[in-house]
Design a protein around this ligand. Sequence first.
Ligand SMILES: [Zn+2]
Length: 131
Amino acid sequence: MIIESRELPLKHNISVKKTEKYWKGLEEGKIYKTVCKNCGKEYSPPQAECTFCRCETDWVEISGVGVVEAFTTIHTIPKGFEWSEPYTIVIARFGNVRVMGWGKNVKVGDKVRAYTAKDAAGVWKVYLEVV
Ligand SMILES: [Zn+2]
């Protein structure tokens, strides 16, 4: 049995004031995490305040080589991505944090580097490339 639902186009306006450095960093080729100034907990995606102790965090650039922990390929292109071919979203561990990005031809355990680039729609994104 299949129930056909109606189409629900959604548009979000998200305040990024507290994480503006992350978004500007993508334009500079940098991917940031945040680290709690008190307890050292690390966050990616970054958080301005620590979930555990409510203290401020510092900005630290993520670099080096990560390891793919999971990936999925999206074949049913969602609204807003009509310009895209089927694409793969990858999650890789870089030290104490995970980074999510777009990738190709990956498998769990692959070593990847992270970089930023604009997509076909002009939006800055994180990409994970096998090294
Ligand atoms: Zn903390």
